[in-house]
Design a protein around this ligand. Structure first.
Ligand code: 6PG
Length: 241
C-alpha cells in the first residue's frame, strides 16, 4: 500500500519501467496500453522524465471516449500531454483509438490494427481455456471507477461479457459519451498489468473488485481471471482503508 498519491505514482512508474525493460530485453520491443482518467497522470509524467527507457515502446490505449483527439476529454490527448509530448515520442510509435469515428467503426479498425501488430491471421480472438487470447500487451495500465468499472467496461452495460472481439464499442449510459474499449480477453492476457487506485470514493469498489463474484456488477473483477502474479494493484491508503 502507498502512503499517498505521490508514492503511488513513484511505485507505478518504477514497475512500468521494469516491465518495459524486461520486454525490450526479451523481444526488442515493449507494447504498452494506457488508460485515461486522472489517477495515472503523475505516473505518466514520471515516465516522461525517463525517455531513454521508452525508446522501444509502442504505445496503445486501453480505451477512448467518442471525442476528437484534441478534445479535453480525449484519453489520447491526456496521454500526449503528460507523456508522449514531453518524452518526444515519434508518431510512428503511437497507435491511438479513433475517438472521432463512430465507435463501432473505431473498435473494428483498432481490432484490425491489434491483429496486425501481434501477427495474428484472425481479428476475432481465439480464447484458451482461461478465456485469454494472443493479443498480449507487455504492460497495461488500468484504473478503477467508484462504480466498479475498469477500462470502459461499465456495470450493467453487458460489455464485460463480450468475448467475441478484442476491442468493443460501449454505451456507458446517458451521463457519459460512448466509448471504445479493449475487451475482457485482451485485458486478462497482458504479461503485466498495473491497476492504479486512489482516494476514499474508490474504497468500496476496490474491496469488491478484489473479491470473486459477478463481473457484470463489478467489471474490474475480471482481473481476477488474469494469469496469477501478472496483476499488481497499486493503491493508496485512502482507497485501501
Ligand atoms: C477513462 C478510463 C477509466 C479510468 C477510471 C478511473 O477513460 O475514464 O480509462 O477506466 O481508468 O474511470 O479514472 P480516474 O483515474 O479518473 O479515477
Amino acid at each position: 500500500m502507498c502512503a499517498d498519491t505521490r508514492e503511488l505514482a513513484e511505485r507505478a512508474a518504477d514497475l512500468a519501467v521494469q516491465a518495459i525493460q524486461g520486454a525490450v530485453r526479451a523481444r526488442g520491443v515493449a507494447r504498452v496500453a494506457l488508460s485515461g482518467g486522472t489517477t495515472p497522470l503523475d505516473t505518466y509524467a514520471r515516465l516522461a522524465a525517463a525517455p531513454a527507457e521508452l525508446a522501444h515502446v509502442r504505445w496503445f490505449w486501453v480505451d477512448e471516449r467518442a471525442v476528437p483527439p484534441d478534445h479535453p476529454r480525449s484519453n489520447h490527448a491526456a496521454v500526449r500531454r503528460a507523456l508522449l509530448g514531453p518524452a518526444r515520442v515519434p508518431a510512428e510509435r503511437v497507435f491511438r483509438i479513433r475517438g472521432e469515428a463512430p465507435p463501432a467503426e473505431a473498435a473494428r479498425s483498432y481490432a484490425e490494427l491489434l491483429a496486425h501488430e501481434f501477427g495474428l491471421a484472425r481479428v476475432e480472438p481465439e480464447l484458451d481455456d482461461a478465456g485469454r487470447c494472443a493479443v498480449r500487451f507487455d504492460l497495461i495500465v488500468a484504473g478503477l471507477g467508484a462504480d466498479g468499472h475498469t477500462a470502459s467496461l461499465f456495470p450493467g452495460s453487458g460489455s464485460v461479457s463480450r468475448r467475441d472481439q478484442t476491442v468493443i464499442a460501449v454505451d456507458p449510459g446517458p451521463e457519459l459519451e460512448p466509448r471504445v474499449s479493449l475487451a475482457r480477453p485482451v485485458l486478462i492476457s497482458a504479461l503485466r498489468t498495473l491497476l492504479l487506485c486512489a482516494g476514499l470514493p474508490k474504497r468500496a469498489a476496490l474491496a469488491a473488485a478484489r473479491t470473486p463474484g459477478d463481473e457484470e456488477t463489478v467489471p474490474a473483477r475480471l482481473f481476477l481471471a488474469a494469469e496469477r502474479g501478472s496483476v499488481s494493484w497499486i493503491v493508496d491508503r485512502a482507497a485501501a482503508g
